[in-house]
Ligand binder design. Structure first.
Ligand SMILES: C[S@@+](CC[C@H](N)C(=O)[O-])C[C@H]1O[C@@H](n2cnc3c(N)ncnc32)[C@H](O)[C@@H]1O
Length: 259
């Protein structure tokens, strides 16, 4: 088992650093949920970046995440918006829900945090098991093209984010250092999160590790088929075009094999 847990500053600063929507991923998933028109599961829902806009449309949605800190932040945001959604703290590889879903989504590359191949297959089988016979599975996968092509960055720390914290004079910084295994398709990232006060003094600092696996489109298609999916479709950059050279993000959809 290779579970990654978001805690501490990584969870606290998630929305500040990762809350943006550069590819209109949120709109893409909101449209899918509106079309599916039923019971939706957001796997690795985090603080609700995608879940909340879906819930705002009046769609029944459950969020699943293995981090109680992310779930609690999502719960707070839901309550401040005056909307409701069920939230469950479980691991995507082995959760067990009573209900089956019309739509299961895994936005934001959360699936890639399963760096162990057996865990990735177990998770896909679990998603398949939790879908209605006519249900749809969709996830986002990112390829680290920038890191792959800039070999000199391997092992070098760089400043990735420097943001002012709203309502205070403090700043939040994120430095990152990436190591790639281009044979195993694995990216190991060390993030150093820092809170700096208005005198330039570091008030708190944490180092967190993540390992992400990236996929080629034929590999993920085979893996989905092995997990009991069919009609695998791979689009690029949340447009409805097939994935092709130049696209940075894959959105992968599939339906369960009918019995
Ligand atoms: C990159 S964040 C994406 C969050 C959200 N989907 C978004 O798009 O902003 C990854 C999320 O996946 C969760 N996660 C990581 N491994 C998990 C696992 N094995 N089972 C369930 N959730 C997991 C993390 O806690 C985190 O909230």
């Amino acid at each position: 088992m290779s579970a990654k847990k978001y805690t501490g500053l990584e969870a606290e600063l998630y929305d500040l650093f990762r809350g943006s929507d550069d590819f209109d991923e949120i709109g893409y998933y909101v449209d899918l949920a509106l079309n599916a028109g039923g019971n939706c599961l957001d796997v690795g829902c985090g603080t609700g970046r995608v879940l909340i806009p879906i819930a705002q449309q009046g769609i029944k949605i459950t969020g699943l995440d293995n981090s109680n800190v992310m779930i609690e932040e999502c719960r707070k945001r839901l309550s401040s918006e005056g909307i409701s959604a069920s939230l469950i703290e479980e691991d995507m590889t082995n959760f067990n829900c009573e209900n089956n879903f019309d739509l299961i989504i895994v936005p934001g590359g959360s699936f890639q945090l399963l760096d162990d191949r057996n865990d990735a297959l177990a998770a896909l089988k679990n998603f398949q098991k939790h879908l209605q016979p006519e249900g749809l599975f969709v996830m986002s996968l990112f390829t680290p093209f920038y890191e792959i092509s800039h070999e000199f960055l391997d092992g070098v720390w760089r400043l990735e984010k420097d943001e002012k914290i709203e309502g205070s004079e403090n700043r939040a910084l994120c430095h990152s250092c990436v190591d790639l295994d281009r044979c195993e398709n694995l990216m190991e990232v060390r993030h150093r999160f820092e809170l700096i006060n208005n005198n330039g003094i570091t008030e708190s600092s944490e180092i967190k590790f993540s390992r992400l696996r990236w996929y080629g489109k034929y590999e993920i298609k085979l893996l989905l088929e092995r997990a009991g999916f069919q009609q695998v479709r791979i689009s690029g950059d949340f447009e409805n075009d097939d994935m092709r050279d130049g696209h940075a993000v894959m959105s992968v959809s599939a339906v369960p094999v009918s019995l």
